[in-house]
Design a protein around this ligand. Structure first.
Ligand code: ADP
Ligand code: MG
Length: 329
């Protein structure tokens, strides 16, 4: 921000307390933060930006906006197998932002920073004539050379996902009151999944040495798996019957099978997608038990290109253009 006591008040009162426990943040009183990297480890760095009216609504609860901003970044770190360390926040506030909004935003940041055991280590605060814009940079660490990459998959690998699929996209519909055939409890559960992703930070680092490739699913399984296939120079075959569904999503599909499109192509799931040698299956199942996060084998990597989704009878389900249908012949 171009000077002014407001900016410094904001940093000192709302943001500096969120840097506690991280000495290198220097209480947010210096030009930059200092970060130590233990010998044998390297940093994994990612950034995500959110714009009011595009990635969240101006009247969304400020604490949830903050928590989602943190969580989408931590999901990227988990996908690389990285343990989160700290975050930088660049915030561009329009003139109309209120002290109340800022207080709730900082409270949401604080809640999730504590939950994930990390600190706010710096940032920048500016004024904007445009919509409220937030950019968060997250730092994690992995043993050198061990990060899970999209390009690491091998032919014959099993394909795994964490948690359940489709809850993000169905949750957006629930939040828009567009699932009227579903009960209030299911609607509330799904809407919460959309508003507050569960980054799999306890799973990701444990996949190092077990998985060959990893990424997180933010733009829908089929599209994101397609990226992993391209990066690895392989194809993927998915069995639709194996896709893990929450109870709410399963009920939503019972009422209307076309909602399978949300499971295959819907965004905002923030689950992990990874591949591993078939011999690792029992280790991965044990990891799921240990962390309480469902880990489900949904298919395999094969030579070729592209993503095929197979129905129970072995026929191919064609995806794309927002719908799905069986391939005839
Ligand atoms: P400079 O003008 O040198 O860039 P600033 O006055 O912008 O420094 O920032 C002062 C301190 O406050 C720095 O430590 C910076 O990291 C921190 N800071 C500023 N804005 C934020 C923010 N939105 N979140 C976290 N820390 C911030
Ligand atoms: Mg500055």
């Amino acid at each position: 921000m171009t000077g002014g006591p407001d900016e410094f008040d904001l940093i000192a009162t709302l943001f500096a307390p969120l840097s506690r426990g991280f000495p290198g943040a220097l209480d947010l009183t210096d030009d930059a933060a200092l970060m130590q990297v233990p010998a044998g480890e390297e940093l994994v760095v990612t950034v995500d930006a959110m714009v009011a009216g595009v990635h969240f609504l101006a009247d969304d609860p400020a604490d949830l906006v903050a928590r989602k901003l943190i969580r989408v970044n931590l999901s990227d770190l988990a996908a690389k197998g990285a343990a989160p360390v700290g975050v930088l926040l660049a915030a561009a506030f329009p003139a109309g932002v209120t002290a109340d909004w800022l207080g709730r935003f900082a409270a949401g940041l604080g809640e999730d920073l504590a939950h994930f055991g990390i600190a706010l280590i710096g940032g920048d605060t500016v004024a904007t004539p445009g919509p409220l814009t937030l950019s968060l940079t997250a730092f994690g660490r992995v043993p050198v050379g061990s990060a899970l990459l999209r390009r690491g998959a091998r032919a014959g690998d099993d394909i795994w996902v964490s948690g359940s699929l489709g809850d993000g996209a169905l949750g957006l519909l629930a939040a828009q009151a567009a699932l009227p055939d579903l009960g209030a409890d299911d609607n509330a559960w799904l809407a919460d999944r959309y508003r507050l992703p569960r980054p799999r930070t306890n799973v990701g680092p444990n996949l190092i040495g077990m998985a060959h490739a990893g990424m997180d699913i933010s733009d829908g399984l089929v599209q994101d798996l397609g990226h992993l296939c391209r990066a690895s120079g392989l194809a993927a075959e998915i069995e639709a019957a194996r896709l893990p569904l929450s109870r709410a999503a399963a009920r939503a599909l019972e009422f209307n099978q076309t909602r399978l499109a949300s499971v295959l192509e819907g965004g905002d799931d923030y689950e992990l997608l990874f591949t591993a040698a078939p011999g690792r299956a029992s280790d991965i199942a044990a990891l799921g038990e240990r962390t309480g996060v469902a880990l489900t084998r949904i298919g395999r990597m094969v030579p070729g290109s592209g993503v095929s989704v197979l129905a129970a009878d072995g026929s191919r389900i064609e995806t794309g253009r927002g719908g799905w249908r069986h391939f005839r012949g």
